[in-house]
Design a protein around this ligand. Structure first.
Ligand SMILES: *Cc1c(COP(=O)(O)O)cnc(C)c1O
Length: 385
């Protein structure tokens, strides 16, 4: 063959051993010897790999790993956490349906639910999350989804998942965003959830270097049905993003334990500082969700908030830090801080902010895995200012 042809056709070597790490299949598609296998692969999530929007071996390795961690039948990895939430909601709801959701939700999710209601005619009823009777009262014949978060952002609100998930019948899909707990602290499927979603951008990836999401399904048929919709939606992750997430997940157990230990140290010190009002870490026995969280979560998470006097104090604090950086996101190795009222929750109305327990002085801290004393030194010098 001529050089022009040779440069296009690089041969993949045949292996007689296996790689220790998950290989990166950075390809948009796969070639076949068999036409029937090709055609079949396009119709289901568990056929041959055909086209990376439909499935990819590196992405599948991530899906299988998270499905196993969560105790689900199968998973769908996506390009972002919002991609996973969209795939699950749009893939399982239609105009005229109704869903029930807790008040305290991730800002992007609240914005999506608002849009689903306004533009797609999907009614939403919000509940507090502690009282199963409130969910029972909200149920309608057209209710299709109950949507909860294990540990809510930024106030550490924990809904009584085991009690709430037991209320609706089998026709209602119980969806739980488990981003803040990670599957090491809580596996919602064990407590009645049908679908678990994650922003893998956070603790699963864990290094602030990749955006991604995943939805884990207790039931394989529900996974298949949602896959059919998700490939139309096109929320597939790039194989390299899945590869980075897998690499990050290798150290999840070590990271989560250190995050958790640091969060406990900082929450207790903050609670005693004269400039700090309420500390919203569910590990403190003064937190309204402490008892509920202790029943079904093996820890309390490491992203939480605390209250300073007012918006001015909040703004001065977040810009007065050195080691701790003012940035979005959470769950990375480094400690980050943000001011929810002016950034992550800015889409919310005054009423929604109050319902979510956020004031102008509320500060959110994503506690990293540095030495707790170094983080504390930076926090105290900023508080002293
Ligand atoms: C970040 C986050 C999301 C959205 O995830 P992206 O990866 O940013 O799309 C959803 N839920 C929670 C709880 C989050 O923290």
């Amino acid at each position: 063959m001529k050089p022009d042809t040779r440069v296009v056709h690089t041969e993949v070597p045949t292996l007689t051993s296996r790689p220790l790490s998950v290989p990166l299949y950075q390809t948009s598609g796969f070639s076949f010897d068999d036409l029937d296998a090709f055609a079949d692969g396009m119709t289901r999530p568990d056929g041959a790999f055909v086209y990376s929007r439909l499935g990819n071996p590196t992405v599948r390795a991530l899906e299988n790993a998270v499905a196993a961690l969560e105790g689900g039948a199968a998973a769908l990895a996506t390009a972002s956490g919002m991609g996973a939430i969209n795939a699950v909601l749009l893939g399982n709801l239609k105009t005229g349906d109704h869903m029930i959701a807790q008040h305290a939700l991730y800002g992007g999710t609240l914005a999506l639910l608002h849009d689903l209601e306004e533009r797609w005619g999907i009614a939403v009823t919000y509940v507090g999350g502690h009282d199963p009777e409130e969910v029972r009262a909200a149920l309608r014949p057209e209710t299709k989804v109950l949507y909860l978060e294990t540990i809510a952002n930024p106030t550490g609100h924990v809904s009584d998942l085991p009690a709430l998930a037991a209320v609706p019948g089998d026709d209602v899909l119980v969806v739980v965003d488990n981003t803040f707990a990670s599957p090491l602290l809580c596996r919602p499927i064990e407590h009645g959830a049908d679908v678990v979603v994650h922003s893998t951008t956070k603790y699963l990836g864990g290094h602030s270097d990749v955006t991604g999401g995943v939805a884990v399904f207790a039931d394989a048929d529900r996974h298949r049905a949602t896959w059919h919709h998700s490939i139309e939606l096109g929320v597939t992750p790039d194989p390299f993003a899945a590869w980075l997430t897998i690499r990050g997940m290798n150290t999840l157990a070590l990271r989560v334990r250190k995050h958790e230990r640091n969060a406990g140290i900082l929450a207790r010190r903050l609670a005693e500082h004269p400039a700090v009002g309420e500390v919203h870490w569910p590990g403190l026995d003064t937190h309204p969700s402490h008892a509920v969280a202790s029943r079904f979560i093996d820890g309390y998470g490491s992203t939480f908030s605390f209250d300073l006097a007012d918006a001015d104090a909040g703004r001065r604090f977040v810009t007065g830090l050195g080691l701790v950086r003012l940035a979005p996101s959470l769950g990375g190795t480094e400690t980050l801080v943000l001011h929810p009222a002016s950034t992550s929750h800015r889409q919310l109305t005054e009423e929604q902010l109050n319902a979510n327990g956020i004031s102008g002085g509320t500060i959110r801290l994503s506690v990293g895995i540095e030495d707790a004393d170094d983080i504390w030194d930076d926090i105290t010098q900023a508080l002293d200012r």
